[in-house]
Ligand binder design. Structure first.
Ligand SMILES: NC(=O)c1ccc[n+]([C@@H]2O[C@H](COP(=O)([O-])OP(=O)(O)OC[C@H]3O[C@@H](n4cnc5c(N)ncnc54)[C@H](OP(=O)(O)O)[C@@H]3O)[C@@H](O)[C@H]2O)c1
Length: 246
């Protein structure tokens, strides 16, 4: 477990905390002493397991279901977390969808779904977070992708939404300073997509460090952004084996 990231006395909300990276983030935060509100959409069993892992560490957990495609549910989620656990001072905007659509195949519905879940929900959550922090310190991390800063033609609505989230990360770092720090974690090949059938699949080509990341590397980077230097805001940290340079 990384040292120097003491989160005792802090309370986090992690969106999409019921599976894969979000669940690893929940567990890493609790391991550092944070209480955690675990948001989920459809992964109720995974969220329960994540919450149980938090409680097994002696920390408090709350499970909160919300469909982040619905702006009203996204806007209300932070207040529900505060009702459940008291003041929330760490927000991890992790939930996202990632559909393999090129531009020509992108329907208006797919476009709107990606923007709603991947961009509008983090905006509404951060707006609510800033309101309830009311000038008290806090930290936000937005989960990005190396594609956000080097858009290609693949995963078109996903990439556009993540590019918007990267821009929002920097804009909100300015808007919410000095009390709230807003940083981004731009990931490369961390986990194969859930639909991948071969867990030993080679990583996508193109990264100078040609392997999948470990979950420990990924949670370490998240903890660094949340609990590292207080002077750090507006940073977009790439954890992608150098893929964004290639
Ligand atoms: N895995 C990678 O290698 C990789 C690479 C680059 C960037 N990232 C970014 O890292 C983050 C996590 O990645 P991942 O691979 O763990 O993602 P994932 O397996 O696709 O999980 C997506 C999460 O988002 C939630 N979600 C999706 N639609 C939702 C909705 N309408 N309402 C509520 N929740 C919704 C899901 O919750 P439920 O299951 O509960 O519905 C799930 O927890 C994402 O932001 C992703 O873009 C990941």
């Amino acid at each position: 477990m990384p040292e120097g990231f003491d989160l005792r006395g802090h309370t986090a909300l992690v969106t999409g905390g019921g599976r894969r990276l979000g669940r690893a983030f929940v567990q890493a935060l609790a391991a550092q002493g944070a209480d955690v509100a675990v948001h989920y959409g459809a992964s109720a069993a995974g969220a329960q397991a994540a919450g149980a892992a938090v409680q097994a560490r002696g920390r408090r957990a709350a499970l909160l279901q919300a469909d982040l495609a619905d702006p009203a549910q996204a806007a209300g989620l932070l207040d529900r977390a505060v009702e459940a656990l008291g003041p929330i001072d760490l927000l991890v905007n992790n939930a996202a969808i990632f559909e393999p659509l090129v531009m020509a195949a992108t329907t208006l519905a797919a476009w709107e779904r990606h923007l709603a879940i991947n961009l509008t929900a983090p905006f509404l959550l951060t707006q609510a977070f800033a309101r309830v922090r009311a000038g008290s310190p806090g930290a936000v991390v937005n989960l990005l992708d190396w594609r956000a800063l080097r858009p290609g033609a693949d995963h078109f609505p996903y990439t556009v939404a993540k590019a918007g989230l990267a821009a929002m990360t920097r804009s909100l770092a300015l808007a919410l300073a000095p009390s709230i720090r807003v940083n981004g974690l731009a990931l490369g090949a961390i986990l194969p997509p859930p639909e991948a059938t071969d867990p030993q699949a080679p990583p996508p080509p193109g990264a100078p460090i040609a392997r999948w990341a470990t979950l420990e590397e990924t949670t370490h980077a998240l903890l660094f952004l949340l609990a590292g230097p207080d002077f750090m805001t507006g940073v977009i940290l790439h954890l992608d084996g150098g893929r964004h340079l290639a």
